[in-house]
Design a binder for this molecule. Structure first.
Ligand code: 26V
Length: 811
């Protein structure tokens, strides 16, 4: 804990400001004031950081490294203040200087180095590892440009590059002395020396990997872990001096740019995975730099390489960092001279892998030619791994050639990263119970048969520090006032809140807090989208990446249907609602971008129709990111989790919403099932096909969407309106959505689930009318959300996969 009082904080702040800017505080602008505050907090953090590092170097405790292409961190200042326990002191001290803390906090650019769930999960995990006192560090790429910023122009998404480093980054520390060289291209020279084969990589292109370290502050425990992000630079004497002397300046610049492009930009997750060479380069770049630096550090502190797996755990977040497996093998065999079998044992014991999707089209496969020419030695190692593994398969599945070829790492001219990840790690986990079952029984059943003990489930979680304490201080205070503050360190203590749900005054307070959060959200909507919404209406929210399987379209069709019924029957007794959407579409994903346009067209039509205006409104909020989520989620009444069952691996916003007292309308998909099990059927509204039904349709057919279209007149009416010109003067604008639903048999069962969705929504209306009952439901959701803290998830990873000690006490 930082022990500082208001007076000394104020003094330290004034000094820091002067030190950084050389002017009087009064003359400074807010950006300068933010920089001084961040600088001061970083000073506090640095001392603990040093202490944690020293302890780790000495203790011999197992170190966990979480490798991920994405870390969606959001803003860091508020998080640090909260975890250091000095937010109140800081706020008061600044307010005495006439500086509103929130204004400074809002100046910080979101660190948006991730697409969505997978990247945000990595960020929550870092927070939990630090808060549970687990020596756990992140390893990734310092993209110069984060996930694009979304602008909505004429209802359409326009992508703008996210220049997040433009004002500098107060939290990172460049560590040039800890750089590594990563080698691309070239050839491998094989020699036979002293009865040993040796492999020398020659004529390669060296790339300098420079680490930038960001402190990850644990909650109230003096622990500061590290997120290490790598940036690519040209090895200086490889380009400028030689080329310069020949006067070829432009060539030198071109070369420099081509090297730097490796860490230039984060790839947007697409509907289809495209094997782009730059992405493969990115993957090897950060994995190689990360593994080299881990092993260098391990040896520096006296580690015995043959005990690497006892002291180090490397976790790979999806298949993106799978090259860690052959890279460790390369170092152990080529550089450390270990026997292949020994090296293989160490490698597989060290590495563990999480799968985050069953969408076959998202699985990474690299063309052999590309792989081989970019990473010649790594390719040889993968070939050798595959050769030995296929021998094992031949023994196990004699004569079953098709099966062996299906399971091979290299087949059909491609290197299959998921296969390499499963074979080369000791643990494969899914991210929710249903998801893990589908992996075992269906998607990866052959592998489950071969390695039953590798497969396990670790249901996702979210850090309650950011998603409750930080984003919803009012609710946090009510919880502290009722159940005390033990839930902060033991989130399942939120259960104690159940006892208070028969107390009307508590329910009344809960409802007031929600209203205040809704008012805050309403003013953001007015400011950003210039739409006035009624905070007394139901805030019905679907915020997430735009994707066909997440079924924003189902939500749209239901809104169109409600609109029809209000026009048909102006006296229809419904609760007034504000439908709020937000989310980004991959730039190359036509259908997703078209969905955004549809939402905006519906919004325009409905919001301008005075006949329904006091009943329903539709809003699409621009540029969904972590900071916007922190505002939207506490102000939500109804959480939309309506993916096609079996498709959403887990979902994590579902957990954030429940923790903030929203009621969920959901399909039995991903972690929704576990949420339902926790809150019980009375406190969630479930609809739609079950997993068995969906799987059976996919397996045996039998679904005909046009039958529904032709038989349900409500469905026909809304689907026809997609192409009638009612929502957009260009009748063909949404033609492809129409075609997908009617003529391409509706792959995601939108029409099939429509009726049950409408009924579920009517049930929501009915429940909401009974205010007391509704508040109780909200309270039950909060009370049962503790299990979905990422502290629980991380404890399960630590004990079940990484074999790290979990020590709660402070340093
Ligand atoms: C795939 C690709 C393909 C090529 C280009 C860039 C790119 C980036 C990411 C991905 C994989 C995305 C997988 C993913 O985000 N899965 C989500 O993981 C969440 C955390 O486990 C989970 O809650 C969501 O249900 C799941 O969709």
């Amino acid at each position: 804990m930082v022990s500082v009082d208001k007076k000394s904080f104020k003094l330290a702040y004034i000094n820091k400001f002067l030190e950084l800017h050389g002017i009087d505080l009064k003359e400074g602008n807010n950006q300068q004031k933010y920089e001084a505050l961040a600088g001061l907090i970083r000073d506090y953090v640095s001392r603990m950081w040093l202490k944690t590092n020293k302890k780790n170097n000495k203790s011999g405790q197992k170190q966990v490294y979480y490798f991920s292409m994405e870390f969606l961190m959001g803003r860091l200042l508020g998080d640090a203040l909260l975890n250091l326990g000095i937010r109140d002191i800081c706020k008061e001290a600044l307010s005495e200087l006439n500086i509103p803390l929130e204004e400074l906090e809002n100046l910080e650019h979101d660190q948006g180095l991730g697409n969505g769930g997978l990247g945000r999960l990595a960020a929550c995990f870092l927070d939990s590892m630090a808060s549970l006192n687990i020596p756990g560090n992140g390893c990734g790429i310092r993209y110069k440009y984060g996930f694009f910023e979304q602008k909505i122009v004429d209802g359409k998404q326009v992508e703008v590059s996210d220049d997040w480093l433009k004002e500098g980054n107060a939290w990172e520390m460049r560590k040039a002395n800890k750089s590594e060289i990563v080698k691309f291209g070239g050839e491998v020279k094989v020699d036979y020396i002293n009865n040993n084969l040796t492999f020398t990589h020659v004529n390669y292109e060296p790339v300098l990997a420079i680490p930038y370290d960001t402190p990850i502050v644990g909650y109230d425990n003096d622990v500061v872990n590290t997120l290490r992000l790598w940036s690519a630079e040209a090895v200086s004497n490889e380009f400028d001096f030689s080329s310069f002397s020949r006067g070829d300046f432009l060539k030198a610049i071109e070369y420099k740019n081509s090297i730097e492009s490796i860490s230039q930009v984060l790839y947007p997750e697409d509907s289809f995975y495209k094997g782009k060479i730059l992405r493969l380069k990115q993957q090897y770049f950060f994995v190689s730099a990360g593994i080299q630096s881990i092993i260098r550090h391990f040896k520096k502190y006296g580690g015995n390489i043959e005990e690497l797996d006892e002291k180090i755990a490397i976790h790979i977040n999806d298949t993106h960092p799978t090259l860690a497996i052959p890279e460790i093998m390369r170092i152990l065999v080529d550089e450390e001279g270990l026997d292949w079998n020994v090296a293989w044992r160490i490698t597989t014991n060290t590495v563990s892998y999480t799968n985050h999707t069953i969408l076959a089209e998202a699985l990474e496969k690299w063309p052999i030619d590309m792989f081989k020419s970019l990473l010649p030695r790594i390719y040889m190692i993968v070939e050798e791994i595959n050769k030995r593994y296929c021998e094992e398969l031949w023994n196990r599945f004699q004569g079953q050639w098709q099966k062996i070829s299906d399971m091979s790492i290299i087949a059909d001219g491609q290197v299959k990263m998921a296969h390499l990840a499963i074979v080369g790690s000791h643990s494969v986990n899914g991210v929710a119970k249903l998801h893990t079952e589908i992996l075992k029984k269906k998607e990866m059943s052959n592998f489950y048969y071969l390695y039953p003990n590798k497969f396990n489930n670790k249901t996702n979680g979210i850090t309650h520090r950011r998603w409750l304490l930080k984003s919803n201080p009012k609710l946090t205070n009510l919880l502290k006032d009722t159940i005390g503050d033990s839930f902060i360190k033991h989130p399942t203590d939120l259960n104690n809140f159940q006892k208070y749900l028969s107390d009307d005054s508590v329910l009344e307070k809960l409802s007031r807090i929600k209203l205040e959060n809704k008012k805050r959200l309403a003013s953001t909507i007015l400011k950003n989208q210039k739409i006035e919404v009624d905070p007394y209406s139901i805030f019905d929210v679907q915020v997430k990446r735009i994707h066909a399987y997440k079924r924003q379209i189902l939500n749209c069709l239901r809104i169109m249907d409600l609109y029809n019924s209000l026009i048909d029957n102006p006296d229809k007794d419904i609760e007034s609602r504000t439908f709020i959407f937000a989310g980004k579409a991959a730039p190359g994903y036509y259908l997703a971008k078209n969905t955004i346009e549809l939402i905006n067209s519906i919004a325009k039509t409905i919001n301008n129709d005075s006949r329904v205006n006091n009943k329903i409104k539709v809003v699409f909020m621009e540029n969904y990111n972590v900071s916007l989520a922190e505002q939207i989620i506490p102000g939500t009444d109804l959480s939309e989790q309506i993916s096609t069952t079996t498709k959403e691996a887990s979902g994590t916003s579902n957990m954030k919403f429940m923790m903030n007292g929203a009621v969920t309308i959901a399909t039995l998909d991903g972690a929704n099932i576990e949420i339902k099990d926790e809150v019980t059927d009375e406190n969630i509204v479930i609809f739609g096909l079950t997993a068995d039904e969906v799987l059976s349709y996919y397996r045996s057919g039998g679904y005909n969407s046009s039958e529904i279209y032709n038989s349900d007149i409500r469905v026909k009416r809304v689907v026809d309106d997609l192409v009638s010109g009612r929502y957009n003067p260009d009748k063909d604008r949404f033609r492809s959505i129409y075609e997908n639903l009617v003529n391409y048999n509706d792959e995601f069962f939108v029409l099939k689930d429509f009726d049950s969705y409408v009924k579920a929504q009517n049930k929501i209306d009915m429940l909401y009318k009974d205010e007391r009952r509704w508040q109780k439901m909200c309270g039950q959701n909060i009370a049962h959300s503790g299990i979905f803290s990422s502290d629980r998830t991380i404890e399960q990873y630590a004990t079940g996969i990484w074999g790290s000690e979990v020590i709660y006490k402070n340093l």
